[in-house]
Design a protein around this ligand. Sequence first.
Ligand code: ADA
Length: 593
Amino acid sequence: MIRLFETNQLRQVTELEGMWDFAVIEQAAQGSNDNTDSPSSMVAGSDTITTAEPDYGYRLPVPGCWEQHPELLTYRGKGLYRRRIVIAKEAAALRFVFKGVSHTARVFFDGKLIAAHYNAYTAFAAVVRHVMPGEHTLTIEVDNSFHEGSALHIPNDYYTYGGLIRPVVMETINELYIERIGFIPQLQHGEWSARIEVAVRNVSVVEQSFQLRGELAGQQLQWDTASIQPGAELVVVGSFQVPDAKAWSARHPQLYALSCQLFASNGEPVEGLTAVDDLIERVGFRTVTTLEGRIQVNGEDIVLKGFNRHEDHPIVGAAFPLALMVKDLDLMADMGANCVRTSHYPNDERFLDLCDERGFYVWEENHARGLSLERMQNPHFIEQCAMVNKEMVEGHQNHPAIIIWAILNECASDTEEGRAHYKRQLEQIRKMDGSRPLTFASHHREKELCFDLADIVSFNLYPGWYGAEDPGELCDRARGWADAAGGLGKPMIMSEFGGDGFYGYRSPSRVKGTEERQADIIDSNLQAYGERDYISGMLIWQFCDCRVSEEGSWAIWRAQTKNSKGIVDEYRRPKLAYEIVRKHFKKISTTRD
Ligand code: ADA
């Protein structure tokens, strides 16, 4: 399943779900860390498949991670996915959409390179023109190894799986087609309107004129006729009053289909326009603001109660089926949560669709965790971050559930050089979407240098786990650090707190690592945050236990190569802390008076 709603009525869309051929082609050197040289083909971008005669000895599911196969449980390196495609009728163009390939992809159609992409957690597309009827081959070279060419996927406190981890889609398109729709709701004098931009692409060799028409909440939309040069993308922008729209809120998550049809003349006079393509998005009308130290949705102060969540499960790795996404949200809701932070990367669209439908708030962040200044000096860092930010915002901005964009979890925001990166990235996102507040999660305490750049100040502190501080006293001090460092008057979120609890390890001693001790830590933290009026959010680290990299020192740091701070374990079995969370979250109000 691609999305939770119909995305097209005209364009033919086929999910390439199923069993694909798979070949192992180049294992990363054993014991290799991230300091090894980058495999030449990834960086140099040669346009041929690296191996002459790959041995397609495996059949793997797509979406899926290769770690699901018993012989590939820890495989790190390159692999080739291959699938045959039969085209019945000549197609003007085919568009392949990859919702997530972990972590670097090179896409070949009939052996010819058609796209290259870095980063597991954002979608990308590739177009092939004039496809003749018959059999064709789609091959994707996937690499999940750590090397200099990868600034964001590094050995880390979560696992970088390998494979086509999210759906792959084949679309039959015209040479003039809609690339994306971007929707931003606005409220003026009690009336909803929307700024809608539609990106149209012309992959033909001639200039084309076109017109866009659409519908939203019973309102007809129409844009001026425009023309577009061959090979170009044109973004058409319009503002529309939508008087009948009802607001999306956590209590009433009202959603609307925003449909757009593309009419083209195909060289004929404009009167002869025919519909050649369409795209349907699903949107909601709501505002998000920050005022007087609080966060508001539709003008009402809110309190975020929830979890940090990794997309990770021992059976499926990072390739989540819908049923497991629903399970996770059901468990979070059962504990009384109203918010999830997509730590530490953009999430699967279907999960975001579910959040939209349920009125479940989302803090979505770009992909980065714990990058030191040295890591941020990687020559690819700026470009790879800029790409994730762009793909995250363009790809996910229509989700009303996303109320916060965030960047660079626990990176070097305590240095002047790091600050320049925070500034650049926050500006980039603000320019693309000024309708949501921005933040980043910091662990630098009084040394933080970037609070003035964000709209919300967010702290990752672990009282009771890494230190013995009292949670209430520590967060009062944190408020002071923020106030003194450019965060005065800004809302504050406790973006991470918690402690390890090894599932089934129970002991009256309540030593660190027992479920009892974890429950105690969660109890005292939530007690303190729930009592403090200046806190706008509390996000537990973390929802479920997750696998971590063996490389780096993570296998030494993390027992069983897992981050065990989940309130449920990796199989979603509740630990003792589950009921403690439930007790607090049910009690803490989601709004402030
Ligand atoms: C950090 C980090 C998380 C996780 C956590 C922990 O703050 O943001 O990804 O590593 O600490 O468990 O220590």
